[in-house]
Design a protein around this ligand. Structure first.
Ligand code: HEC
Length: 167
């Protein structure tokens, strides 16, 4: 996966250079869309979709933290999204501000995952991101944690708690 490695390096370099404060749409467009694609649908087998996908995670508290931790720390190791396997490398974006990370995730959730959000979805805040920075996670830990989050979402759906506001 040489292309992915090159893109990862390019993304790290861009994330180090650009430090002007930007809103969620701008951050997504300048940092994330190169891999996840401008429509957030990803590239099958290479970059996982973020549209109609990550919205399920915010139904459980651990899933909110998981999304933030991925942006902060990156991700590597095999995952399965919508029936397709991915084993790529997502670079870390910890150099973005707490606000920028919160706004980028809220942008993705509200624009591309609306149908999956819990009814009382409480937007991710800069304080949530600050808290997640303290929990240092490795990119491979996060690929593993994804399984736990997805199982909790399934269990929550079974128990009918999926639409509760989770903070
Ligand atoms: C260099 C390419 C690249 C860039 C740039 C990138 N990602 Fe990723 N992202 C990936 C890859 C590859 C994965 C899957 C990693 C794996 O297979 O373990 C991933 C996974 C994710 C996931 C987990 C998806 C899931 O189904 O659980 C989220 C959330 C995410 N990225 C958000 C972002 C955001 C937000 C940005 C911009 C700040 C971003 N990514 C920038 C390549 C990238």
């Amino acid at each position: 996966m040489r292309l992915a490695a090159l893109l990862a390096i390019a993304a790290i370099v861009t994330s180090l250079i650009g430090n002007a404060r930007a809103g969620g749409a701008e951050v997504f467009g300048s940092r994330c869309a190169i891999c996840h694609q401008p429509d957030a649908r990803g590239l099958p087998g290479i970059y996982p979709p973020l549209a109609d996908s990550i919205g399920a995670d915010v139904r459980v508290k651990q899933g909110r933290a998981y999304l933030i931790e991925i942006v902060l720390n990156g991700m590597s190791g095999p995952i399965e999204a919508k029936g397709t396997t991915y084993n790529g490398l997502m670079p870390p974006f910890g150099s973005l501000s707490d606000d920028e990370i919160a706004e980028t995730l809220n942008y993705l959730l509200n624009k591309y995952n609306l149908g999956m959000l819990p009814k009382k979805f409480a937007p991710i805040t800069a304080a949530d991101v600050r808290q997640a920075r303290a929990a240092r996670r490795s990119p491979t830990d996060l690929a593993r944690e994804r399984k736990t989050v997805q199982q909790s979402v399934v269990d929550g759906n079974v128990k009918g708690v999926a639409n509760e506001a989770v903070r």
